[in-house]
Write a protein that binds this ligand. Structure first.
Ligand SMILES: NC(=O)C1=CN([C@@H]2O[C@H](COP(=O)(O)OP(=O)(O)OC[C@H]3O[C@@H](n4cnc5c(N)ncnc54)[C@H](OP(=O)(O)O)[C@@H]3O)[C@@H](O)[C@H]2O)C=CC1
Ligand SMILES: O=C(O)CCC(=O)C(=O)O
Length: 425
């Protein structure tokens, strides 16, 4: 048989994770070989070069990507990442995970992801705006409210989404809010999107605590990453009575068994832009943070932080994956073999609150009819509850891990839609 040429385009350690996870699930579901490449490999990958004038007068060209995984269920949907690590393999993996995530939540979307290979913190505000606008300008032929709808991810925020929306709208000659989600409320965003991912993580953690018979007030948590997802998760868990005993960002990791005041951590970051300098007494090595004893461990930063090298040292009861892809397939095998079963909330379930509320934002923009915040969160928790129940039930029925169960549900939804539409023999 001829080698699928996609295999050469998509590579790297993060893509490899998405591929290995898919293969395990495809074997479990006994998906015929001839359907597998079609389900795994993205429909489209767009690479664009984005030149901007730097403040010092130089012209610099940055590489941007957008990967649209499948178009079977509706438009594609997913965030945009500005990070030095971005390459087409990483973006493709994130797009594939978006597909399984949307399908598990029952959203009418395929997965997508985009990004620029850049350190956004090394740009001035003017340079960041120029790069955001140029990226969207280059993407205009390939995106649209019924084709592909962008959103925030690591290194981007509401302001970047407002620039994307404005650039697209200026080109169309009218305001088209529904081209991106995660916008400021003043630019057609929905109430609750900024907090949605973190509040969703906290909701699911509360359900896992119930399941294990642990009271939130007696529980402790460590959160890696203190950006949108990490900081809101920490805050929402603290609101539910959980003691936050560890927090980190790229600039420092802090651990105090007596617990932190999350408001103080947030105020420090709002003022300084980072956690660095928060305290000297509680500062610990980054690598030490994840292996401290706690009830709830929330990786909410980057991929591949729980590996074959540290998974045996984890001392948590619940692993709540706020980040995408924090646990490697090698670590997964060891996690599943551990006697003291850690309750895993896999990424495609755990951090789905963001895309679910993005879906609500898109629906509101299309209808020009906006909801109260209570309605947003009521509907969010209903969907998360259903996904949680389905995942637990499937894992129990098939005697598989929560990750395998969640992914199996997502993959089956996409496979069945493709079959129904007639793309498979
Ligand atoms: N935003 C969303 O709605 C969603 C995000 N996600 C996922 O959640 C994760 C975080 O995204 P988001 O919060 O939006 O991103 P942000 O850019 O808002 O925050 C990222 C955080 O991670 C920290 N970080 C980066 N590298 C490291 C490291 N090596 N060790 C410790 N901390 C680190 C950053 O620190 P510093 O600022 O110092 O660099 C920052 O605090 C990503 O995996 C993303 O894909 C998933 C679903 C939805
Ligand atoms: O809100 C969205 O559309 C996507 C969020 C996202 O990028 C993710 O869930 O990883």
């Amino acid at each position: 048989m001829m080698q699928n040429p996609n295999r050469q385009i998509y590579s790297g350690p993060v893509f490899d994770m998405a591929r290995q996870q898919f293969e395990r699930v495809a074997n479990h579901l006994q998906i015929p070989e001839m359907e597998r490449d079609r389900l795994l490999y993205p429909k489209r990958a767009i690479a664009v070069s984005c030149p901007i004038h730097r403040d010092d007068g130089r012209t610099e060209v940055f590489q941007g990507y957008r990967v649209q995984h499948h178009l079977t269920l509706g438009p594609t949907k997913g965030g945009t990442r500005f990070s030095p690590s971005v390459d087409v393999g990483e973006i493709a993996a994130l797009a594939i995970w978006m597909s399984w995530k949307c399908a598990l939540a029952g959203l009418p979307y395929g997965g997508a992801k985009g990004g620029i290979t850049v350190d956004p913190y090394a740009l001035s505000p003017r340079e960041l705006e120029a790069l955001s606008r140029r990226y969207m300008q280059e993407m205009i032929p390939f995106v649209g409210p019924h084709t592909d709808v962008m959103a925030p991810d690591m290194g981007t925020n509401e302001q970047v989404m407002a620039w994307f929306m404005d650039t697209y709208s200026m080109y169309q000659g009218q305001t088209i809010n529904e081209i991106v989600t995660g916008k400021p409320v003043s630019a057609g965003g929905t109430l609750g999107r900024r907090e949605a991912t973190g509040r969703g993580v906290a909701y699911l953690v509360a359900r896992a605590l119930d399941h294990l018979g642990i009271s939130a007030r007696a529980a402790t948590a460590i959160v890696q990453g203190f950006g949108n997802v990490g900081s809101v998760t920490a805050y929402s868990l603290a609101e539910r009575g959980v003691r936050i005993i560890g927090a980190s960002d790229h600039t420092g990791a802090y651990y105090d068994p007596n617990g932190f005041d999350v408001g103080e951590l947030q105020r420090h970051v709002a003022k300084q832009g980072q956690l660095a300098g928060f305290s000297t007494e509680s500062l610990i090595e980054q690598s030490e943070l994840l292996v401290q004893k706690c009830d709830i461990l929330v990786p909410a930063a980057i991929e591949r932080v729980i590996t074959g090298g540290n998974v045996s040292e984890l001392k948590c009861r619940i692993l709540a994956e706020g980040a995408n892809g924090p646990t490697t397939p090698e670590a997964d095998v060891i996690l599943n073999e551990r006697g003291d079963k850690i309750f895993v909330l896999p990424d495609i379930l755990c951090n789905a609150g963001g895309v679910i509320v993005s879906y609500f934002e898109w629906v509101q923009d299309l209808q020009r009819l906006f909801w109260e915040e209570a309605e947003v969160f009521d509907r969010l928790y209903q969907i998360l509850e259903r996904s949680f129940q389905q995942t637990i039930a499937r894992a129990k029925r098939d005697r598989i891990s929560h990750r395998m169960a969640a992914t199996a549900i997502g993959v089956s939804v996409v496979q069945s839609a493709k079959r129904t539409r007639g793309l498979f023999p």
